[in-house]
Design a protein around this ligand. Sequence first.
Ligand SMILES: [Zn+2]
Length: 322
Amino acid sequence: MEYVDSSEELAMPSVISDRHFHDEQEAYAYVEARVWPNGPICPHCGNADQARIRLMQGSSTRIGVRQCNECRKPFTVKVGTMFEASHVPLRLWLQAIHLVCSSKKGISANQLHRILGVTLKSAWFMGHRIREAMRTGGLAPMGGAGSIVEVDETFVGRKQGMEPKRGWAHHKSVVLTLVERGGAARSFHISDATKEQIAPIVRANIARESHLMTDEARRYERLGQEFAKHDAVDHSREEYAYHDRKTGTLIGTNTVEGFYSIFKRGMKGVYQHCQEKHLHRYLAEFDFRYSNRIKLGVNDVERADRALSGVVGKRLTYQTIN
Ligand SMILES: [Zn+2]
């Protein structure tokens, strides 16, 4: 059947046509509204008294410059954020954030470089800073009474200087992921899939009142007893998800496996794997998109706005990334 655009589609402007993606003044206003929801705050002295902050105007003034009447220093919304040391226009940053947030499997530095017209080096740097903005830390435990949290590990990529051996995963990096059914995902790069590495993360990140779902592996046996309930499926015996006869609850780790399937397709297809030292940032990216997905009521625009609110205090320099 031939595809015909409906008039409704033609009448709907594309997200990418929004003015803040093309006009630098609009881009500043967009970022300011999100970073300073209650008006500008001086990043030098913390002054938030709007009567003591003045917008500098005049033909020679750069966009968005304010003067603080307390400490007498000028500032823009970029100071103290991940945009600070960048020469890339803010409107291109907003395009990049939108692209990373709305592509299911991520977007490579090469793609960003071609789409935005920035250098490959800048594109690579922008990608890492956006991942850093998506990184959340020190969050409250996941799950709780009536919630199911699935835990699993996977192996990705290849550690530097390690030759692959058939049937042996020692040359790969280990990832531990916790996924709350109907909720968020949190992933961790660990050095080994051992009880010693896994237990402290599980304890610190999952509420004890939760129902834990894991692999049958012995490393979860004792740990599982610390939670309200623990069920497991034995993958080594090719046992797969099934419904509990009494409660109807699906016993298994299909949710976290689904997360890994997107993550692996992205790492293999889009990012062509990464160096081990950068893995935590890619995990943050996939966790972020998963935890802010459409099914949870977060659309592309809202997701990009949430990433944007994470730019404060994420001042990565080129050196810290390398
Ligand atoms: Zn000040």
